[in-house]
Design a protein around this ligand. Structure first.
Ligand SMILES: Cc1cc2nc3c(=O)[nH]c(=O)nc-3n(C[C@H](O)[C@H](O)[C@H](O)COP(=O)(O)O)c2cc1C
Length: 196
C-alpha cells in the first residue's frame, strides 16, 4: 500500500474501506470508541458508526452514560476499526461534539420502537437492581406510551468525532505492515508512512 495510491481525502478512502469491508462480509460499522476522563484515565467500548461525511464520524448513545459523561468533561476521543478478513485496521483521533438535535431526531425515528422505549428506561452505565427490574420498567413504559409516539429523550443523541488524524493499516508478511497516516495541517490533509 503506497500513500500515493490512497485517495487524497482520507474520508473518501475510509468510505472505500467501509464498502470493501461490507463486501467481505464483516460488520464494517462496529468500532471501538476510546474516551478518557480529564485526568487521563481511559475507557473503551464498541459503538456503531451511523454517519460519515467530510465533517466526521457519527455515533449515537445515552449522553449520561459513562462515555457521554467523559466526552462532556473531555471532548477528545479515538476510534479503531478492525477488519480481520481484510487484514486492515483504521485509527481515527480528534475532538468530539454533540450533533444538532435535528440529526439526533432523524436517526431516532429510524430506530425500532422497542429500542426507543428501551433507551427511555435504561440509565445506561449505572448499576441497577436486577434484570427483572429492567424488564418491568420496560413493560410499564411500553404500556404508558401505548400507541403514542416515543419521542427523543433529552439525554440521548449523537456525537461527531471531527478527525485530525486517520491511519490506514494493512497487514503484510513478516510483520512489515503498511501504515499510512493522514494529519490535518492548516486545513490540508498530509500523508506520511509510519514504521510498523
Ligand atoms: C456490536 C456492538 C454495537 C454497539 N453499538 C452501540 C451504540 O451504537 N451505541 C451505544 O451507546 N452502545 C453500543 N453498544 C454498547 C456499548 O459497547 C456499551 O456497552 C454501552 O454503550 C455503555 O458504554 P459506557 O458505559 O462506556 O458508556 C454496542 C455494543 C456492541 C457489542
Amino acid at each position: 500500500m503506497e500513500p500515493e495510491e490512497l485517495a487524497p481525502d482520507p474520508i473518501v478512502q475510509v468510505q472505500r474501506w467501509l464498502a470493501e469491508a461490507e463486501a467481505a462480509g464483516t460488520t464494517p460499522a462496529a468500532m471501538t470508541l476510546a474516551t478518557a476522563t480529564p485526568a487521563g484515565r481511559p475507557s473503551a467500548r464498541i459503538v456503531l458508526l451511523r454517519g460519515l461525511d467530510a465533517r466526521g464520524f457519527v455515533f449515537f448513545t445515552n449522553r449520561e452514560s459513562r462515555k457521554g459523561l467523559e466526552l462532556g468533561a473531555n471532548p477528545q476521543a479515538a476510534l479503531v476499526f478492525h477488519w480481520w478478513e481484510l487484514g486492515r485496521q483504521l485509527r481515527v483521533e480528534g475532538p468530539v461534539e454533540p450533533v444538532e438535535d435535528g440529526e439526533s431526531e432523524a436517526y431516532w425515528e429510524t430506530r425500532p420502537r422497542a429500542s426507543r422505549i428501551a433507551a427511555w428506561i435504561s440509565p445506561q452505565s449505572r448499576p441497577i437492581a436486577d434484570r427483572r427490574a429492567l424488564d418491568e420498567q420496560y413493560a410499564q413504559a411500553a404500556e404508558s406510551f401505548g400507541d403514542d409516539a416515543v419521542p427523543l429523550p433529552p439525554f440521548w443523541g449523537g456525537y461527531r468525532l471531527r478527525p485530525e488524524t486517520i491511519e490506514f493499516w494493512l497487514h503484510r508478511d513478516d510483520r512489515l505492515h503498511d501504515r499510512v497516516r493522514y494529519s490535518l495541517v492548516e486545513k490540508e490533509w498530509r500523508r506520511e508512512r509510519l514504521a510498523p
